[in-house]
Design a protein around this ligand. Sequence first.
Ligand code: SF4
Length: 208
Amino acid sequence: MFPDPPTNDPVNGLPSDVEVSLLTISLLKQYTYCPRIVYYETCTPDLRPRTYKMLAGEAAHQRERERATRRTLSAYQIPEGERKFDVRLSSSKFGLTGIVDEVVLTEDRAFVVDYKLAGWAGENHQLQLTAYALLAEEAFQRPVKEGFIYLMPLKRFETVPITTALRNSVLETIKAIHHIQLHEYMPPPVEQRRKCETCEFRRFCIDF
Ligand code: SF4
């Protein structure tokens, strides 16, 4: 059996005050959807409304978590390995923390798996998965060359290669989020306005 990442609580042995200052990985996903959401999340943290979509997503996630334990590794085309569920990962090196749905460990590799209530693996989902991959590499000391996004409505896995471009994108996004936080900078509204239709912050965006 593979060991868990060193001391999950506080994670990776970080003192709790350090952990508090880490960015949550879901912020990276939100930045890719619309950078302004990161402003609302980090600079006005008491504002966040709860929407039906968010609650439905959480409920679906919980149901999927229960089903996932009954799946075998053949779903990932990995012959042998150990699965760990709801793995908290944190890194002072990357300044990130988050809980990934699954990590699969083999002798010489690790794989990350994220469940999504979505019909496709969007750019934001791939970026989030890559951030988990970076932290899993550090925690388990194994390379993560690919991960999986499980599309719950379709009951289908998408394989995501953890490319150099995606890794660089994670680092760039971290920098951009720090800029928003540090300068309390409100980015312009997203160009694809259809994204606003289901955004929980829609009523706060009064400039369009
Ligand atoms: S309503 Fe639109 S512009 Fe405003 S935060 Fe949401 S997605 Fe971004």
